[in-house]
Ligand binder design. Structure first.
Ligand code: TYC
Length: 113
């Protein structure tokens, strides 16, 4: 009897507000942006120096470093690694400093992927 009276007073038939729209809350995982490190060709830096740079700063085997050096030599540019912003920035700075100290015009840059 008590319940019947409450149903009549509340036209919704849901006096406790127990029903409602289901909203999905999809958790958004944030991945950090990645940066490509690029090596540029030039006419003066010795091939052996570039191979050494790729071994030293990018952990490549001699054979892989030689392959990538030839890609840069023939095509003008190649991606030599993909890293977080901080790591990419450090690699670029290390390569540029090493080239400068050896008086080679080798250029290394980074760009957002
Ligand atoms: N082009 C250079 C040469 O003939 C070799 C070279 C390769 C220079 C790759 C830079 O990123 C480079 N000596």
């Amino acid at each position: 009897m008590t319940n019947d009276l409450r149903m009549m007073a509340d036209k919704s038939g849901d006096p406790e507000g127990e029903t409602g729209v289901i909203t999905k809350t999809k958790p958004k995982t944030q991945r950090p942006p990645l940066y490509k490190v690029l090596l540029l060709n030039d006419d003066y830096t010795p091939m052996e120096f570039v191979v050494h740079v790729l071994e030293r700063f990018f952990g490549m085997s001699h054979a892989h470093a030689f392959e990538i050096m030839l890609v840069v030599h023939k095509k003008g540019v190649a991606v030599v690694g993909v890293f977080s912003f901080e790591v990419a920035e450090t690699k670029v700075a290390q390569v540029m400093d090493f080239a400068r100290r050896h008086q080679h015009p080798l250029q290394c840059t980074m760009e957002k992927e």
